[in-house]
Design a protein around this ligand. Structure first.
Ligand code: EPZ
Length: 416
């Protein structure tokens, strides 16, 4: 595993451009199976997770060609419907292939994604939705085989607004016979991006972004080109990086409307934000004020920014209370922050953070994707040299992370 060596303690300055959204790109790459033709994607982030998705596509007969600023996917020759276990285990969110393989080819075999760094990651809601629309599911030794003669539109009501299960339900019913109505659907912006992409392909979907989505099945879908939306979690990551390092930077190519709860909370800590179309300028105060956050499904405060925001609060003035309502194990990063001098106590879903004057350099490690980004932010705000190990977690979801930080004047180097 590689390491970041970070010389922290100095302000950042200048501008940084946000990449395409990882969590919009992954379902859209899977959705390219539905037209059994050509899909051209722009603004796709070049990160480990998208590379993994291409590996899986190629393993089932897909072709992927990377050109300068675009990726061309050809799924006309997809002729295998099993996702290999070793690929599945490397990326749990590859379960998103199930919906499009079933939607197009009426068959798919995959293994249980298994737990990961932030929780057990069950897929019961995905499987219940599949059964509702007529898919037969058999399981043995952790393998799940799904098949059907046809898919009929149905009413699907989710007991929890799961992002992945909502996306899989949409993908599986685009080519179904009849109409599907999904209620208590997840409302994340990435689902709106998926709807826009699929409708451009010729699908007939409406309601994404609300808790009720209607999918009217169509006969077939055509070749398409599409521009992926900006990554709202990367945007929040750089905003919190600026806030914790007492910096004044401008973030370009963002969509501020996707992160209003984060912007509100940053203003509560004393940051000044100036928003102009897709640019956000942030000016951090000398000392941040403590705030409380509670993660919720969209449009609430995003769980993906919980660790990043909490890290920023470790040197705020006062005590902050964090409640993580989405994943059951998303506080592992706090052990690493405590090694840097943070004062954090965890009680179930709640983390209490007592603001300290400053953190101290240390040898720490990334515990997961967002926890890793949090450690980088903590290191940049701390005078001295901090090593962050296991940075492969970070490379999964942040494109050119070190280069972007260097562009802002941050001292960060990769040690292989
Ligand atoms: C998506 O994961 C994102 N990943 C996650 O981002 C994000 O944290 C999450 O949505 C919540 O916003 C991608 O989009 C690739 P869920 P997903 O299904 O779809 C439980 C990141 O850092 N659940 O909404 O897996 C589940 O255990 C990643 O970029 C079930 O119980 O999230 C969790 O507690 C991390 N049964 C909660 O719902 C199911 O069948 C939310 O999961 C499915 C989910």
């Amino acid at each position: 595993m590689s390491t970041y060596i970070i010389q922290g303690g100095k302000k950042l300055e200048g501008e940084v451009s946000i990449s395409g959204s990882k969590n919009a790109a992954l379902p859209i790459i899977a959705a390219s199976i539905l037209n059994a033709g050509k899909t051209t994607l722009y603004n796709l982030p070049d990160i480990h997770d998208t590379q993994m998705m291409f590996e899986i596509l190629k393993s089932i007969g897909g072709k992927v060609t990377k050109k300068h600023n675009k990726v061309i996917i050809d799924t006309s020759k997809v002729n295998k419907y099993e996702i290999k276990e070793e690929l599945m285990r490397q990326m749990r969110s590859s379960v998103i292939f199930a919906g499009s393989l079933l939607g197009k080819h009426h068959q798919c075999t995959f293994c249980y994604p298994g737990g990961c760094d932030i929780g057990t990651r069950p897929i019961d809601l995905h499987l219940k939705a599949f059964e509702k629309i007529g898919i037969n599911i058999s399981q043995n030794y952790g393998n799940i085989s799904c098949s059907c003669d046809k898919i009929t539109g149905e009413k699907i009501d989710f007991e929890f607004p799961s992002v992945g299960a909502t996306e899989n339900a949409i993908l599986a019913t685009c080519l179904a016979e009849g109409k599907t109505v999904i209620t208590n659907a997840a409302r994340e912006p990435e689902i709106i991006d998926l709807q826009n992409f699929l409708n451009k392909m010729g699908a007939n979907i409406k309601g994404a972004g609300s808790n009720k989505i209607e999918v009217i099945g169509v006969k077939n879908l055509k070749d398409v080109s599409y521009n992926i939306m900006p990554d709202r979690i990367e945007t929040g990551t750089f905003l919190c990086m600026a806030a914790m390092t007492n910096s004044n930077i401008t973030i370009k190519k963002a969509n501020p409307l996707h992160i209003t709860p984060v912007i509100d909370k940053l203003e509560e800590t004393g940051c000044t934000l100036k928003i102009e179309k897709d640019n956000i300028e942030i000016l951090a105060p000398k000392k941040l004020k403590a705030v409380d956050i509670k993660t919720m499904p969209y449009p609430g405060f995003p769980t993906d920014l919980q660790s990043i925001f909490a890290t920023m609060l470790t040197t705020a003035k006062g005590t902050s209370v964090i409640i993580e309502n989405i994943f059951e194990n998303r506080y592992r990063y706090t052990q690493e922050l405590i090694r840097m001098g943070a004062k954090i106590t965890i009680e179930g879903k709640t983390a209490v953070i007592k603001g300290t004057k400053k953190l101290y350099p240390a040898n720490v490690k990334a515990t997961d994707l967002r926890g890793g980004a949090s450690m980088v932010i903590a290191a940049l705000s701390t005078k001295g040299t901090t090593k962050v190990d296991n940075i492969e977690y970070i490379l999964r979801g942040y494109e050119n992370f070190d280069k972007k930080i260097q562009q802002l004047g941050g001292k960060i180097e990769i040690q292989k």
